[in-house]
Design a protein around this ligand. Sequence first.
Ligand code: EPZ
Length: 438
Amino acid sequence: MKEDTPYLEIEGGFELSGEVRVSGAKNAVLPVLAATLLVPGIYRLARVPRLLDLYTMLELLEYLGASFRWEEDLLVVDTQRVEGWEAPYALVSRMRGSILVLGALTARFGRARVAKPGGCPIGPRPVDLHTRGLALMGARVEDQNEIWVEAPQGLRGAEIVLDFPSVTATENLLMAAVRARGRSRIVNAAREPEVEFLGRFLEAMGAKIRGLGTGVLEIEGGRELTPPSEPVTIIPDRIETGTYLMLAGLCGGEITVAGTEPQYLEAPLLKLREAGLEVEWEADRVYARATGPLRPLKVVTAPYPGFPTDLQAQIMVLLTQAHGISRITENLFKERFRHVPELQRMGADIEQEGGIAFVRGPTPLRAAEVKAHDLRAGASLVLAALAAEGVSRVYGLEHLDRGYEALEEKLRALGARIRRRREESFAAGRPSWAARGG
Ligand code: EPZ
């Protein structure tokens, strides 16, 4: 049987320079789309990134009874005919972010059934903080093969302490709390900009929330909510911003990332400066360039405002070019190192044990055939291929396309030699190019 495997063909080793404009944030638009389930109505969103994950979430909303259309660049979502409260495995397994409908559906319908997302390439991702919070709000919860939540009398306000400032758990409980009877407090809440943005969106719907951007959220539940009267613009993607900035240290040019929010990126920007990059920012743009040999770093991933785990793989590639030994500690997803063996195939000198990786540099990277096993690993392999002499092939685009809008076009605008290609191969037999000795 013939199969058609897409891959990125990248000829690396060239200087890249110029300006790239970031898209709206994947991890901001997903919770906002879930929030449109809270009350029936028409929601208009601007700067929505055209990503696989966006379409998966829209497919889930459609499955629940919503509809959507594009009005030029505005995404218009209509949730007036939503009746469903079940999220099936077929959709949830494609994107863990689907869990975000749990709080909104429970708040709207007094019940929800969401299939368990199953295994994730970056390690175990339990949902106990989500379900325990809903149980404290008076729901009956079953958490076996699927999550089954019931609150026939509706949810009531509660005092919730999160054992860990989980991003989506905070978002789910925030969405539940704005429709619960009475006041709620979420202590040790996540402070990520995407969480704060969801809070602002809920406020635009009429919710009353104190402490957004801090670790303690106070919510006056039960207020009347309506869709925001004006279109809401999705915040820029800080992870996409950070990904492009790494190019300044890897491909020797001057990179400007425009349309971004520098204040959301302080930890990564200061780390890049520590590594010896010249990094400046103003209003909505960040500028970076290499001024000399890169210095090794210690990087420890942490909840916001610490160094984001979603930039761990990308900075690892940068540090393969630093003069000395860097140490990267992954504290959020201990198994988030599936990019390491692929980078080693490209000649990187990395030793990884448990949640720590040691990167020795500078080590010239060489072109190779590599495969992305998760979204950010994919981004790191593209960066490595752009830095490596020769022509690489990056497979696993089903991961990369989940979180980077118009990646090839944006990179080509910086001078990259990159194109998406399809490879015909026989599922059972050797790939077609093997015969040609490729
Ligand atoms: C969000 O995932 C992001 N996804 C992730 O981005 C990001 O890596 C992560 O936050 C951390 O910043 C979205 O926003 C859609 P967590 P989330 O709950 O909410 C433990 C990307 O590449 N935990 O904050 O699932 C968990 O195991 C993706 O864009 C529990 O123990 O992450 C982990 O160790 C990948 N019980 C830690 O908390 C729970 O109930 C942080 O996870 C929930 C989480």
